[in-house]
Design a protein around this ligand. Structure first.
Ligand code: C2E
Ligand code: CA
Ligand code: CA
Ligand code: CA
Length: 280
């Protein structure tokens, strides 16, 4: 079981045996939390290398439980998927991220080509009409499609058969598709032949060993070459040190995300960073 930090999430700390009961409880709690407005989004900048100028933002959901405090997404997203609550929650996340991005644009103007990334789970991707839901979120917020990226993992794309149709429909809207945690799934390379993908988000596990281990740099370079050959963008995830920044830049990486630059930020702080970049 996860150690929820000082046992704060003990209620959601279950063995497999206890999981069904916990899920039922969690499902009910998540439903209530959604109705009570206990979720909010933080935004982590995606930045240019090496200068750290923001080029986008990834929306990351947070749940402030009235008695247990901040519950991290690793604790509740999986349960939300198992209980199906991810569908209404994910719909709220998508609309809220579009609404927020649209506010930043209206305030700062559209001079900078940044995008907002929204994580989409396997279950959401398989909802009938998911692409129409994306279109509706854009329409209602007034955000243009070229400002939105959906982030999906390789596993999400392949679970219960490939979700190529949904991703194709989303691509046709003009929304970009990013493969999240790239390199950690089952068919990372096979997927690139069959799925409309615009951006590879190279998983933190491939970035961690840079610059120390030469093998890691070789793999990171190979991923970059594949991306460039296929005209895809790349983002290095989980960058934590200056040495990583220097090496990744030297290898040819142009975009990154990680604590070295910023942790996930409240919407106002994210907006201020985008505004500052626009006024440069
Ligand atoms: P992810 O999509 O791969 O998001 C990146 C995670 O890595 C985030 O954790 C982020 O805070 C963390 N991170 C970023 N830079 C660094 C770094 O330099 N070092 C370290 N150690 N971590 C870093 P977070 O926000 O806790 O989210 C965890 C996962 O939960 C996400 O992984 C994603 O799979 C899921 N998730 C978060 N928000 C959403 C959401 O709105 N919808 C869905 N479906 N899933 C979400
Ligand atoms: Ca992500
Ligand atoms: Ca990721
Ligand atoms: Ca991840």
């Amino acid at each position: 079981a996860k150690s929820g930090g000082k046992g704060r999430h003990a209620r959601y700390d279950a063995t497999l045996d206890e999981r069904a009961a916990t899920d039922a409880q969690m499902g009910a709690d998540l439903r209530l939390a959604l109705d009570r407005g206990e979720f909010h989004l933080l935004f982590q900048p995606v930045v240019q290398l090496p200068d750290g100028v923001p080029a986008g933002a990834e929306a990351l959901v947070r749940w402030t439980h009235p008695s247990q405090g901040m519950v991290p997404p690793d604790v509740f997203i999986a349960a939300a998927e198992r209980t199906g609550l991810i569908v209404p929650l994910g719909s709220w996340i998508l609309r809220e991220a579009c609404r927020q991005a649209s506010l930043w644009l209206r305030r700062d103007g559209a001079s900078q080509p940044w995008r907002v990334g929204v994580n989409i789970s396997a279950r959401q991707l398989r909802e009938p009409g998911f692409a129409s839901q994306v279109a509706e979120a854009l329409r209602e917020s007034g955000l243009t499609a070229d400002r939105l990226t959906v982030e999906v993992t390789e596993t999400a794309v392949f679970e219960n058969g490939p979700a190529v149709e949904a991703l194709t429909a989303i691509s046709h809207l003009g929304v970009s598709v990013a493969l999240d945690d790239f390199g950690t799934g089952h068919s990372s390379l096979g997927l690139l032949r069959t799925t409309p993908v615009d951006i590879l988000k190279v998983d933190k596990s491939f970035i961690d060993g840079i610059p120390g281990r030469e093998e890691e740099s070789i793999i990171a370079t190979a991923m970059l070459q594949i991306a460039e050959g296929l005209h895809l963008g790349t983002v290095a995830e989980g960058v934590e040190t200056r040495a990583q920044v220097e090496r990744l830049h030297q290898l040819g990486y142009r975009l990154a995300q990680g604590y070295y630059f910023d942790k996930p930020l409240p919407a106002t702080e994210m907006g201020a960073k985008l505004a500052a970049a626009a006024n440069h």
